[in-house]
Design a protein around this ligand. Structure first.
Ligand code: HEC
Ligand code: HEC
Ligand code: HEC
Length: 432
């Protein structure tokens, strides 16, 4: 008896050690030892300028610059279901920033997700996407940060993650299952333009960080592609880029997709909420060639037909709800006429160039009503861009409309002027 127990213990300990060793090994696979002396590194003006551009393509500032704070000095808190992670100081300050880092340290962070001191980094830093960028592009961003960005002495704040998520051991296990350093491989069967688009969307653009499904460990699932994802903490839904009924653009003219990414608005639709921020801080700064490449890639995403909408928070379906609740519709119409019609038109037709139509608008008809609830409660602005410098705004209605009013007016908009989407229920309102 005693012997059996002892044996089990020995076996268990051995298995645990094996598991730990495997996890440890999986966490350093593909890493080369860092050179002892920093390799001579010439930051030409062209390289620095390229780095400035690539930092915009990767939207580094959205997480590394606080509102009103020094550029890239860190301090932005990113809330995750596991707690808060704070993005650090990327300025060339030797103590608090990355001033003492070599280009190889920087590459290891971008490609392997490991800090200068060897610490594993949290994937709230989208290195599961950045891992695909080339060493040259990593060097360019490094050169830009070192040469152009003023040093800031802002100290880094500690992360505030719940146990056990805050431990390096938990992160190592997570990485063993969910992260693998990758190299972008151009697809031989595709033109250079498509490959450039793929490189930008899958790499620096990290579109999948929002538009992808996540598993229970919070890892984006590459296999499911850009099929839509919920931003749990912010309460928005990033619609599927592969579904024509959500945000798919397979049937859009390329110029309209470019317009959307460049100006935030187009004849086919306009951006709001977190996507408005992406356009404002990132895509509006990209050149036409790169935007066209991204558009081409988005047009040809696999599964554009009948993509699964896994993960999309759905509205209660029509079967579960009597199709039309006339009193709800009447109430919604009264609110609409009073609060919304003067901008969106009495037939939901909108005003070209100023206010989006609600009739026939894909964003209004989408199964998931979460973004509609958000925009009515919080209001919103299209991003101010070169192509649309003084955008119109929509006021927030959270102060004047209660949950019942919001569900009524949205149910009305989803069921009028030829729109035929299920009503927004009290349960939908509770989701956030
Ligand atoms: C979605 C938010 C987000 C974006 C976008 C983002 N980062 Fe970060 N970054 C973070 C967070 C959060 C951390 C902290 C991770 C940690 O400490 O474990 C971080 C850490 C880093 C680190 C490691 C710093 C250190 O002290 O170890 C580097 C380097 C870095 N980011 C560079 C970049 C660059 C370059 C870009 C743009 C190409 C970028 N980041 C875009 C959130 C972001
Ligand atoms: C921070 C999260 C986030 C990131 C990163 C992000 N998106 Fe979005 N995106 C959203 C949300 C939320 C929406 C839904 C709101 C809306 O319609 O604008 C959206 C909507 C869209 C739409 C539909 C717009 C419309 O009017 O139909 C397109 C197209 C799109 N995103 C493309 C992209 C591309 C390409 C990237 C990568 C360069 C990207 N997104 C990165 C959150 C994000
Ligand atoms: C002062 C003008 C104004 C009023 C009043 C207004 N809106 Fe808006 N609405 C806008 C603008 C401008 C946008 C685009 C903002 C953005 O995308 O961030 C917008 C966007 C929207 C969208 C998203 C459409 C899309 O394609 O992204 C919906 C849905 C919406 N409004 C519904 C309503 C409802 C319901 C009301 C009344 C409760 C209302 N709006 C009142 C100006 C207005």
């Amino acid at each position: 008896m005693m012997r059996r127990l002892l044996w089990s213990l020995v076996v268990l300990t051995a298995l645990a050690a094996l598991f730990a060793a495997t996890v440890a090994w999986l966490n350093v696979r593909g890493e080369e030892a860092l050179p002892d002396a920093p390799v001579a590194f010439e930051a030409t003006p062209q390289l620095v300028e390229r780095g400035r551009y690539l930092a915009l393509a990767g939207n580094c500032a959205t997480c590394h610059t606080t509102r009103g704070g020094a550029p890239y000095a860190g301090g932005v808190v990113i809330d995750t279901p596991f707690g808060a992670v704070v993005a650090g100081n990327l300025t060339p300050d030797k103590t608090h920033g990355i001033g003492s880092w070599s280009a190889a340290h920087f590459w290891r962070a971008m490609h392997h997700g490991r800090s200068k001191d060897g610490r594993l980094l949290y994937p709230a830093f989208p290195y599961p996407n950045f891992t695909r960028i080339t060493r040259e592009d990593s060097n360019a961003i490094y050169a830009y940060l070192q040469q152009e960005v003023p040093a800031s002495t802002r100290p880094n704040d500690a992360h505030r993650l719940r146990f056990p998520y805050g431990t390096q051991a938990a992160l190592a296990v997570w990485r063993a299952f969910s992260f693998r350093p990758q190299t972008f491989v151009a697809s031989a069967g595709q033109p250079a333009e498509w490959n450039r688009g793929a490189y930008l969307v899958e790499g620096l653009g990290h579109c999948i960080a929002c538009h992808g499904a996540r598993n229970t460990l919070g890892a984006t699932q590459d296999a499911r592609g850009l099929s839509g994802g919920s931003l749990l903490v912010e309460g928005w839904y990033a619609p599927s880029l592969t579904s024509p009924r959500e945000a798919g653009v397979a049937d859009w003219p390329t110029a309209e997709i470019v317009a959307l990414l460049q100006t935030g608005t187009s004849a086919r639709g306009s951006v709001m909420g977190p996507m408005a921020d992406v356009v404002y801080r990132s895509t509006q700064h990209l050149n036409d060639e790169d935007l066209r490449a991204m558009a081409r890639y988005l047009q040809q995403l696999p599964g554009a037909e009948g993509a699964s909408k896994a993960g999309a928070p759905r509205a209660t379906t029509a079967e579960a709800q009597p199709r039309r609740d006339e009193s709800l519709m009447l109430r919604g119409q009264r609110i609409y006429d009073q609060r919304c019609a003067y901008c969106h038109g009495d037939q939901g037709q909108g005003q070209p160039g100023a206010f989006p139509p609600l009739a026939g608008n894909r964003a209004v008809l989408m199964d998931s009503p979460v973004n509609l609830i958000q925009i009515v409660r919080r209001g919103g602005f299209l991003p101010a861009t070169g192509g649309n410098p003084r955008p119109h705004g929509m006021p927030p209605f959270a102060q004047v409309l209660d949950d019942n009013d919001v569900s009524a007016v949205l149910s009305f908009a989803r069921g009028s002027w030829g729109n035929d989407a299920p009503p927004v229920t009290a349960r939908d309102m509770l989701r956030r």
